[in-house]
Write a protein that binds this ligand. Structure first.
Ligand code: LIP
Length: 254
């Protein structure tokens, strides 16, 4: 399974790399909508569903581009074929491909590949998390005031709410940064490149792989009320575990 997933995601990453910064028309579409979809999201979605279905013809899929394909299986693949589409369109290399496998709503594999920066994150439940095959663990920072955080608003359209969350957190931390790819933001928390990641109304295909990668690296993932992650559109806090409670206190009732 591990080799199959690595080979498949790397092939998909190569396709995106071949098209990256080549299609100049993409530069303009950022002006029309924040949540854009390009033909590259669809191309990779099709490629991944085909490759995985050849090997696992009975498995279900829940993907950003194709929705839910129910084949009445215990296994469901969560896929975001191009997470950070607007970065990709703007020629910004911080985008990724995110694939997770769930058995009866329990995550068992997660893999994220950011092809331009060549970072491949992999986790299998109970076996730890890896970046380019080297084991990773979350940061050991315990204090919120020493924390470097990532943030995005997912599909939250109430910008006043987003403003309230930023207003509450930003004065308390070293940095609150938006990378533009939820999967990568989770992966960077897992790798200790930040202490936490907060987002609202995030879809399961964006963070499914990231949840397992953070947990297997020793971190914690919940919603804003401290409830464990469910494969639904949800408010979301991923952290190194040590600052989790302090982070939840900040976002309480927002
Ligand atoms: C994007 C996320 C990003 C978030 C956007 C969007 P897409 O995923 O990863 O962090 O702010 O709302 O959901 O649409 O590029 O796959």
């Amino acid at each position: 399974m591990k080799n199959f997933l690595i080979q498949t995601i790397k092939k998909a990453g190569q396709i995106l790399t071949d098209y990256f910064q080549k299609d100049k028309k993409l530069l303009k579409i950022r002006k029309f909508n924040k949540e854009i979809v390009t033909r590259y999201d669809k191309l990779i979605d099709k490629f991944l569903i085909k490759k995985i279905s050849q090997r696992f013809p009975n498995h279900n899929f829940l993907t950003e581009e194709s929705g839910f394909k129910n084949r009445n299986s215990d296994f469901t693949w969560l896929i975001d074929s191009l997470d950070g589409t607007s970065n990709f369109a703007a020629g910004n290399p911080l985008f990724s491909i995110s694939i997770a496998l769930m058995k009866n709503k329990k995550l068992i594999f997660g893999i994220i590949y950011s092809p331009i920066i060549d970072e491949l994150y992999f986790a299998e439940r109970g076996k730890g998390s890896f970046l380019n095959r080297k084991k990773i663990i979350v940061s050991q920072t315990k204090e919120i005031k020493k924390s470097y955080l990532y943030f995005c608003e997912g599909s939250e359209s109430n910008r006043k709410r987003t403003g309230r969350i930023i207003e509450k957190i930003y004065p308390k931390v070293i940095e609150l940064r938006k990378l533009g790819s939820a999967a990568l933001e989770c992966a960077w928390v897992a790798a200790g490149k930040g202490e936490g990641y907060i987002t609202t109304k995030i879809n399961p295909w964006d963070v499914g792989a990231g949840v397992l990668i953070v947990e297997e690296a020793g971190g914690k993932v919940t919603d804003f009320k401290g409830k464990s992650w469910q494969p639904l559109k949800t408010d979301f806090v991923a952290s190194n575990k040590k600052i989790h409670f302090s982070l939840l206190k900040l976002v309480k009732n927002l």
